[in-house]
Design a protein around this ligand. Sequence first.
Ligand code: GLU
Length: 302
Amino acid sequence: MSTSLSGDDSAAPLRGRFAPSPTGPLHLGSLVTALASWLDMRSRNGEWLVRIDDIDPPREVPGSADTILRQLEAHGLDHDGPVHYQSSRHQAYQAVVDQLLEQGHAFYCSLSRRQLAELGGVHPGPEQAVPPGPDRAIRLRVPERPLCFPDRLQGRYCVDLARTEGPFVIRRRDGLFAYQLASGLDEAALGITEVMRGADLIDSTARQIHVLDCLGLESPGWAHLPVITDRDGNKLSKSRGAAALSQENPSENLRRALACLRMPAPDELRHAPVRELLAWALTHWQPQRLAGEYKHLPADPA
Ligand code: GLU
């Protein structure tokens, strides 16, 4: 990694990232996320990194990482430095899992999905720990009190990890590393200062902050965007078959993405090329317009 974890914060640049999983090409919803975090960084002279979250090979669609990178380029969303691939970080993830086990933060678990469902879906805790062995997940203990964090768009947000899921998986029983572990860790390893992404991931944020807390690493700032839904109110997602973006007209895709971000481009830019649209968007970017639009916030227990 090119960045240190302990650099002088006052000198640290703003640094955001877009972190797609290579499970298919970008669709409008993922373009909106990429565009928002790009605008947020570029409008404040920050850096913008791209990280490919390729730690779950069974879910990957061959070739889609390259397709996503080409799509970002076609839409003018340029990134700083090399593209980061989580698949190259297995050793670092394993070292952290070992450390968490050694320090008593994590434990082996052999409960099946069915057994967990019978327990009401909440893992009862480390008293269920089993000795190391094959076909066992590794879970991270969670704090007893709700974990709260400030979100630039959603306000203070709290998740009661102990009561919603209990200790969560950081390494799966098939040996693959969990998103919560890899993502939390990589925000620190890449020196990310601001994560802007869809509010569908806001509950994951508490888990990622907890991973960082256990390791004594600092959390980035967070901003969760309203989720882009289809006409029936379902989140646009690859798994629901959201259409890939048209290749012919990146400007039109950008105009649609800008409209989703409550900043419709003016009529005179109807035929403007990508670069002109982005230049306009940079001077009109006001994320506060999107604040508080995620309606399913739990009541603040604090
Ligand atoms: N790679 C995950 C996704 O595409 C997470 C993205 C993120 O943490 O921003 O949904």
